[in-house]
Design a binder for this molecule. Sequence first.
Ligand SMILES: [Zn+2]
Length: 402
Amino acid sequence: MCEKVSKMIRSLSALLLALILALGPAEGALGEYKSPDQIAREAAEKAAAMQEEARAEIEARAESKALAEEPGDAGDEAPPGISFEKPRETEAQIDARSKELEKKYGLAIKRDNGGSGESCVGTAALDALDLALESVTPAFVRQVSGYWQKRAGKRLSFSFTYSPKGATALGLGVTGFFDVENAVIEIYLPDYSRGASLGGESPLNCLHEFGHAVQYMLMELHGEAALEREWGKLNGEKAAYTFGEYPEHYDETVWISAYASTRYEEDFAEVFAHAFLRHREGMGFASRLTDGEGKYTVLGKKAAYIEKLLKLYAGNPGEVIGNMRRLYLAFESREYKGLTVSGDYLQFGGCPAPRYLLAGLLSSMKLTPDIGAWVNDIGGWEVTTGEGKRFLIFPGGKYFAL
Ligand SMILES: [Zn+2]
C-alpha cells in the first residue's frame, strides 16, 4: 500500500543529482574550487553513505520490532508476528492460474522464487488479485494495460516479489510499488525467514497499486495539471496533506485512510481502491460520503470525481461505474456469531486463506494453524485454543474473542 522505504531507497539516484546541484554553488561560494568530477564523486559518496544509513535503519528497526513481538496478552490488535505457510499446490498449478489471469486481464504476471525454486505466492494471492481486478472489470484492466503497452512498450505487469530485506517487519507498510518506467506493479511479500508480517498480497493493496497505473493514464488523457488541480479543489482549504507521517487521527469524511492523507497520489489511489472493493457486506462506508443533508462530503466528492473521470475515459463506463456504485448500497457492518464486525479488514471475504499466518498470535494462544478453520465468507480464521477459547482472527492482525 505504501512505498515509503522503497521510495526512500529508490529516490537516492534523484538525491545524487540534488547533491551535485547543492554542492556546486555552495562550496564555490566559500572560495574552494572543485572540479565537476570531484563534486560528482563527493555527491556519489554522500549518496552511498545515505543509502547505507537507510538500509541500516531498516535493519535496526526490524531487530527492535522482532524483540517487541514476544507473545503478549490479547488486545484489540493482534501481535504482528506472522509466519509463512507452505504452498499447498504445485508450481504447475500456480503457473496455470497465473496464465489464466494474464489472459483474462491482458496483463503480465510474474513471481519471484527467492532463488529457492519455490514461488513466493500461491494461487491464494492470485485469487485475491483476481477478486480485486474483477471489481474494476476485466475490460477496463485490459484498457489500462493497453495504455501502458503504448506508453512503455509492454503490458502492465504485476510482479510478486520479496520485499526489501526486513522492511515489512517494521510496520512501515512497504507492500507495493508502481514502477512507472517499466509499467510494473511490484507487490511485496514479507521475507518469511524473519517472521515478517502480512505483505502486499491483499485485494486492497493490489487495487491501490493498480490505481496508480490508472492515475498515470488519466494524467495523459485528462492532463496532469488539470487532474491535480481539480482533485485539490475537492479537498478545499481545510484539508492539507501531511507529506510524510501518518496522522493518528484524521477526518473520515475527508480521507478514506490515514495513508490517503499523506499526499495527493496516495489519496487518489486509496479512494480508487476502496471505492471499488468495499462493496461487500460489512465493508461499506457510504455514510462517510454524504452529510446529514445528503450533500457530498469531501470524500464523497472525490469518489464522484473518479466516477466522472471513468465516464469520460473508460471504454466501458456503464459497467465500471455500475460496479463502483455498489459502494453506496453496501452495509457498513455485519454480524458474525454474535459479533459486529466492520471495516476494511474484511477484505479477504470471498478469498481463500492467504499464505501468511499469524504465527505470533497462534503460538501465544497455543494454537496451530490446523486448529483454525478459514471462513471464506467473512475472510478470517475461526480458531479454538487448547483451553477451549474461541477466536475470530483476520489477516493483518485484527481479532476478536467469540
Ligand atoms: Zn501508493
